[in-house]
Ligand binder design. Structure first.
Ligand SMILES: Cc1cc2nc3c(=O)[nH]c(=O)nc-3n(C[C@H](O)[C@H](O)[C@H](O)COP(=O)(O)O)c2cc1C
Length: 197
């Protein structure tokens, strides 16, 4: 599978990216091709709501969102990675999602598989409530197929995250993604150098 990972934290070496690294490791081990886009450090602006696109046309804004659009439209699975900010996603990640607007039809028409990876300081029961409800609603509206969530409670700093059970959880989520099999039974994710001669 082709996997696009969208990073949404201002901290390049932060907690959510640490969990994402584990997920990526697991996914690569399972034979998938992973592309990482650090959306939080790309030139991306909020949706202007100008309706120029009519939800299915070119966006009036010319920024890095085109790179994200192409990566998502070419992917089988997308990973949304974000810290928890006031019980929601980071503004950086929300901005990316709002900008789906100009290609809503194409993106929702492809049955994209998705995962959510988040990190929060607190580990109380309700920390992830709003994010979970939002993500599930987004999946249902955009016809995304949810493949799993890592809700990283108690991941307030990279040191806390590294000690948390969510590292293993993220790794296992990546490993659990199955590579589709070709009709002959050969996993399609095999690299040419791995193939038996
Ligand atoms: C603006 C802001 C809002 C935050 N809101 C929450 C919150 O609502 N609940 C929580 O548990 N942690 C909250 N945190 C803590 C972060 O989620 C936590 O430190 C996380 O590890 C940051 O992830 P990162 O290193 O990937 O950016 C907040 C931090 C900031 C800077």
């Amino acid at each position: 599978m082709k996997i696009t990972v969208l990073l949404g934290s201002p901290h390049k070496k932060g907690s959510s990216n640490l969990l994402a690294e584990q997920f990526i490791r697991g996914a690569r081990e399972a034979g998938h091709t992973v592309t990482v886009l650090d959306a939080a450090h790309m030139n991306i602006h909020p949706c202007l709501g100008c309706e120029h696109c009519g939800m299915n046309g070119p966006c009036a804004q010319k920024d890095d969102m085109g790179k994200i659009r192409d990566a998502l439209l070419g992917a089988d699975l997308a990973a949304f990675v974000s810290p928890v900010y006031y019980f929601g996603l980071s503004a950086q990640m929300k901005m990316v999602i709002d900008r789906f607007y100009s290609y809503t039809m194409r993106l929702s028409g492809k049955g994209l598989q998705t995962v959510l990876i988040t990190a929060a300081w607190d580990s109380g029961e309700d920390v992830f409530h709003a994010i979970e409800v939002y993500y599930r609603k987004l999946c249902s509206y955009m016809n995304f197929q949810d493949r799993g969530m890592v809700l990283g409670g108690g991941c307030g700093t990279p040191a806390m995250t590294a000690r948390s059970p969510h590292m293993r959880e993220a790794l296992e989520l990546g490993r659990s993604l199955q590579v589709p099999r070709l009709p002959c039974g050969e996993p399609s994710g095999l690299r040419p150098e791995d193939r038996p001669v």
